[in-house]
Design a protein around this ligand. Sequence first.
Ligand SMILES: Nc1ncnc2c1ncn2[C@@H]1O[C@H](COP(=O)(O)OP(=O)(O)OP(=O)(O)O)[C@@H](O)[C@H]1O
Length: 618
Amino acid sequence: MTIIPRIKAFVAEFHIMKRACALVRELSPGYLEFNLIKSLLDATVPFIAIYVAALIIDELVGDKNLNVLLVYVTLSVGGTAFFTIITLFLTKKIDVLNAMFIIRIKKYLNDKKYSMDYAMHENPKYTELHAKIVEVMFLTNGGMSSVTKLLSDICHHLISLTIATGILIVSSLDTSTVDGSFSWVSILFFILTLAVIVISVFFSARNSKIVGEKEYNLTQNSSTNKYLDYYHYHYMEDDQAGKDIHLFNQRKLIIGEVLSKGRLPWMKVLNGRYSLHQKYFGMNVLISTFVGGYAYIYVGLRALAGHITLGSVIKSYASITILIFNINELFIALSQVKSNNRYLRSFFEFIDATSEQQSDKQLRIKNCETWEVVFHNVSFRYPNSDDYVIKNVSMKITSNRRVAIVGMNGSGKTTVIKLLCGLYQPDEGCITLNGKDIRDYDNEEYLKLFNVVFQDFQLLSLPIGENIAASRDYDDDKVWKSLEVAGIDDYVRGLPHKLKQPIYKYVHAYGINLSGGEEQKMAIARAHYKNAPFVILDEPTAALDPVAEFDIYNRFNEMIDNKAAVFISHRLSSCKFCDTIYVFDHGVLIQKGCHEKLCKDTAGKYYELWNAQAQYYS
Ligand SMILES: Nc1ncnc2c1ncn2[C@@H]1O[C@H](COP(=O)(O)OP(=O)(O)OP(=O)(O)O)[C@@H](O)[C@H]1O
């Protein structure tokens, strides 16, 4: 690479680090600054100690003045105590700020994740990116987690080598001997010292660069931590998985999986790193040893020739070794910055990902009496997939009408709901709300129109009232009404803390565990509380016993009122009462009409499904 592209590349790396530092400062004010102050102390204190030691030795060898010696010793002991206390204070402060940084960066990432469009959120490109960021940051302490340390290390090494260079230049250029005569030998040694340092710098830089590249490739080619992370920290930690782990003896399978795809390849990566460090940093150590030997000869000869005092011997020797050590470490840190910046690029790619659905949406949603959503020849395929899962679908959902969507597993029912709610956008055709393309509406406002109970709904480990209202503030009467509609009010009245009773034990030890049916009733109550103009129930009664199912279907009328309702259910008997039934097959809308009309078409899919189910109940 010629010089201009090199400079450009350096500036680009600098800008990424600068942006990362700004984020660290925003998330944990003072964290970076305290680390930098500590680096400054860590770098300067050894020199002060060496300087005072040199003064003491020169005094011992020279004038032997007890008062002066006392001052030096007091300086040395007092200084050490003072800096130790400051370092202790800084370390504690940094620990606290580090903990704050970790908590806030997790929140920052989650905020970003959940402010993305749902389509982006589910897009494998972004899920992969997010997984990699989390893996690097929280399992290997890289990416944003290592920005502060790297910057502090660089500052430490730069300060150390600046001071060491200063001391060396001053002592080497002091070409006058102790007795005042001039020596050309000193000049020669100074040039030789420079040459030794330049050679050492060259090898350190080269080796660090090689290690940086190879190390990045090693970790990049392995996604092993994902296995460790998923199985150890998610699946095995999830109480819900407990039954399956026990009953299907999954432990053995998981241990095998973790071992073969996680731990063993990860050990390979670690061993690879170890070999790299051994080989290349071993070379650096050899060079340092050589330079150390040279420093002994150089300083020793100057002392023997009477060019420098015994105190200067200590200062010069320490300066050369500190200089070489810090040059090595500086290049290692710089190569780490370069590798780490690749992770930072991924991090910022994720943070900068812009929501397509949120862009230039001006249209506000006005309250109105009746609502109508129409699918116009809609086709759709999931991101990164070639196959259409919804093909040329046209259908209508309006206020005061009940609609059912039926079909075999995988026929596209849930996908239709995701499209209806604006979680995904059609690839072909369009969906309109009251005549206007839903893409033109503000996405957040549009989402508020829908009350959905998905099959895989999630309740929170929070009090029941907060779960139902999806808020910390709620209207008690409204919550009780929603619980009554869902048929679970009596159960909640019997609980010790009523609406304040937490669900699950993840957060509260006195939280309660709910049965599948009770959870489903809670989800229905939550949907009722939201009171939106569209009610969508995806298998809303799958976990309910027949009595509860019958009971809740009777109450749905109250819940739905004059709203638009969409039911998805494999129990066709529960769809019978709908005004229109849409029948899907492999993503195609193949039939529509009321139950009676569809049953008359004896060659149709609906008749086949209805009869197949009726057989089991006859
Ligand atoms: N996030 C996704 N990414 C890629 N493909 C998906 C995704 N979600 C669903 N699919 C695929 O889309 C097709 C339709 O799925 P969908 O969940 O809409 O079917 P369904 O009719 O609701 O099924 P079921 O009755 O089993 O709930 C399936 O083949 C499924 O594999």
